[in-house]
Each structure stands twice: as C-alpha cells, then as structure tokens.
Design a protein. Structure first.
Length: 238
C-alpha cells in the first residue's frame, strides 16, 4: 500500500448504526483526497457489536484498522492510543455521526500539508452553518466564551470533533494532556497555543446528531474542567 500519509481516526462507543454509514463514507472521501491512508476505528469498550462490524471491514479492506478495548477508557484516552499507534504523518479525527460535513475533510488535511501544526473545524465562526437545538447552542457559546476568558484561547470553538494534526508535532504534546474524556479536545488546543503551535480554524457546516442533549450536570462538568486546567497551567508555570 506504500507509505501512509494520513491516519483518520473515528472514536467509537456503542455506535454500530452510525458506523454503517461512517466507514464507507470515510473511505470514499479519503480516497478522493489522499493517495495512501488508513482508517482507524478507536472502539472503546462497546457492547453493541461495533467491534464486530469494524472487524468485518478490516478483513475485507486493508485500509481499515480496529483498535479495541474490552472496557471503556474514555474518548481522549482512545484518541491518544490511536494517534500513538497510527502510521500517518498527518493524523485527524472526526465524530462517528459525521456531524461535520465530510466535504470539509480535504481542507482539514490540506492545512497540515500547507504547514499548519493543527487544523480544526469551527461551528462558531461567522461563516459557520450549524443546525442544532437552542439549548445546546447557548451552552456551547457559553462554554467557549469561558475557555477564551479563563484559559486565554484565541479560538472560537474548542469542542468541534473535527481536527487534524502534524503527527510529529502532536506526539510531544500528548503526554502533557491530562484529560482522558471529552475535555481532551479543548485541552490539546489550549496547550498547543501556549507552545506557539500554528493553528488554522475554519468554518464548517455542522448538523447536530440524534439523541444529543445538554444536562445540568454537563454544564457543571464543563466549568470544573476549565477551572481544573487553569489551575494545572498555573502550577506548571510556577
């Protein structure tokens, strides 16, 4: 297959129905913008047959790889493992529900080819086009405003699950990222900015996935995560 240029990662937990669409669409989109790539499904302790489905694809298409865990470790931990075991010089990931339109994948990967260390899709830039409930919209804007104010980020959107990295630049950063769950996305961007990484943020078309809601405990968890990272960075600086 030759040297791998791009490793695309899909983090998965009990997402078999979504995978049935995500795998073939990923292969088609990646084939159109990459000569040599691998599609890694980072399956994190699923019990719904997700691993078995990916295994079927792996047996019939050498570009598909399954990374399975028997017990759930968390989204961030799954991503760390996938990036560590990837073979591409460019690594990227996106959500299994393909909430971010896959038409943006060539631009995401192209930014790293152009010399950016990180590229990230944004649902909150002026030209972004998003479809989601009012509750999630308010929570997202409030969360990202706090990240900018408290953690001094220059980005609009930190949690969009559509990011690419230069693997060479990402790997030295990973050991410093403490969060193993949903906050991984924000922490990696904040820490990269503090180290002077070159980051491209660009607007995307994004549609809310089915069954996604924001609960009171989620909002509290968001605030705690921001304050925890603020304290960690303060201690590290001292």
């Amino acid at each position: 297959m030759g040297e791998i240029e791009v490793s695309a990662v899909i983090p998965v937990f009990n997402d078999r129905p979504a995978l049935e669409t995500a795998i073939p669409e990923s292969l088609e989109t990646l084939s159109g913008c990459c000569q040599n790539f691998e599609l890694i499904v980072a399956e994190d302790g699923s019990t719904d047959g997700s691993a078995e489905l990916v295994g079927e694809w792996e047996r019939k298409d050498p570009r598909v790889r399954l990374l399975h865990r028997d017990t759930r470790q968390g989204r961030g931990t799954a991503l760390n493992r996938a990036f560590t075991e990837s073979n591409g010089t460019i690594v990227c990931y996106y959500d299994v529900d393909l909430a971010t339109d896959m038409q943006h994948l060539p631009r995401l990967i192209g930014a790293i080819r152009e010399g950016y260390d990180i590229a990230t899709g944004s649902r909150l830039m002026p030209d972004s086009e998003i479809t989601r409930s009012g509750g999630r919209e308010i929570a997202s804007r409030g969360y990202n405003t706090l990240v900018r104010l408290i953690l001094r980020s220059r980005l609009y959107d930190h949690q969009c699950g559509f990011k690419a990295f230069s693997r060479e630049r990402l790997m030295p950063l990973i050991p410093s990222v403490k969060d193993g769950h949903w906050f991984w996305d924000t922490e990696v961007l904040v820490r990269a900015q503090r180290k002077g990484y070159r980051i491209l943020e660009f607007p995307v078309h994004w549609t809310e996935g089915k069954g996604t809601t924001v609960r009171k405990n989620d909002v509290i968890s968001m605030g705690r995560a921001i304050l925890r990272l603020w304290w960690q960075l303060h201690v590290e600086k001292d």
